[in-house]
Design a protein around this ligand. Structure first.
Ligand SMILES: Nc1nc2c(ncn2[C@@H]2O[C@H](COP(=O)(O)OP(=O)(O)OP(=O)(O)O)[C@@H](O)[C@H]2O)c(=O)[nH]1
Length: 262
């Protein structure tokens, strides 16, 4: 019988992903941190054959109907749903990456924007390394509300422990001028929130993959750097998040996704 190697479903990030707008950017550099790079290369040789994955958690928050679910579905499943179906409570996806030769997983939590589900959703904000605040570029009042969403998500986490992103969706609905105007407003709000700004369309897919690659790269690098700072570089764990082994991850991914768990 001929042996065929398993097909990798990891998304390989080989170059450090760039920001969308240098005026609202969390990190301006265009390559991995040198120390992190060296540490990763070192691990790759040492850890050949290991079956453990580091996972970071990203929570996606924002008003109802702004396009949180569509954003996640465009990236994770490459689909776009035209009809609105409210998220009830929360839902999540896990995406696997390979960075600097090391596996990394991003848990992406989709939360409900409807007020009546807030109490369920907010219970899942805890332990996030990334907070993604979403607004609808075609509905400007949702931009102002992102500040409140951020406050609520941050409250459940250590101060200054999360990367914050501000994402404007539905850019396909705006003219070039409208888009530029809204982006200028968003850059100001991003500065107040200490967030990195992105403008995307889940309908056309514009900037969606670039955005999530950026999220994954920053979260991964941060996890490696935290490890180096805490002196745990000789361990097989990267970062302070959860670890799961390959088999657990396979099972999680093969199971039908739990819709709206609470
Ligand atoms: N034209 C366009 N429509 C979009 C885009 N993203 C989302 N929509 C539409 O906006 C509506 C709401 O999208 P959802 O992703 O369900 O919104 P949500 O933020 O998850 O809403 P809640 O679950 O209530 O919090 C749907 O009808 C989508 O088809 C986009 O990029 N462009």
């Amino acid at each position: 019988m001929q042996f065929s190697p398993p097909v990798s479903r990891d998304r390989i990030i080989s170059a450090f992903p760039k920001c969308y707008n240098p005026q609202a950017c969390l990190q301006m550099k265009d390559d991995w941190n040198v120390e992190a790079k060296v540490a990763c290369q070192d691990r790759t040789t040492r850890l050949q054959g290991y079956d453990r994955f580091k996972m970071s958690k990203a929570v996606v928050v924002g008003d109802l109907n702004v396009g949180k679910t569509c954003l996640i579905n465009r990236f994770c499943k490459d689909v776009f749903e035209r009809d609105y179906k409210a998220t009830i409570g929360v839902d999540f996806e896990i995406e696997r990456f390979e960075m600097s030769g090391l596996p990394f997983s991003l848990q992406i939590w989709d939360t409900a924007g409807q007020e009546k589900f807030k109490c369920i959703a907010s219970a899942y904000y805890r332990g996030a390394q990334v907070i993604i605040t979403v607004f609808d570029m075609a509905d400007i009042k949702t931009l102002e509300n992102t500040k409140q969403w951020l406050l609520e998500a941050v409250r459940e986490n250590e101060p200054d422990s999360c990367f914050v992103f501000l994402v404007g969706t539905k850019r396909d609905l705006l003219s070039t001028e409208e888009c530029q105007r809204t982006e200028r407003d968003a850059v100001k709000i991003a500065a107040e929130m200490n967030a990195e700004f992105w403008s995307v369309s889940s309908k056309t897919g514009e900037n969606v993959q670039e955005f999530f690659f950026r999220v994954a790269a920053l979260a991964f690098e941060d996890a490696v750097m935290k490890d180096l700072e805490s002196g745990t570089t000789s361990s097989t764990q990267i970062g302070d998040g959860s670890i799961l082994n390959d088999k657990t991850l396979e099972v999680t991914q093969e199971k039908p996704k739990k819709k709206s768990c609470c």
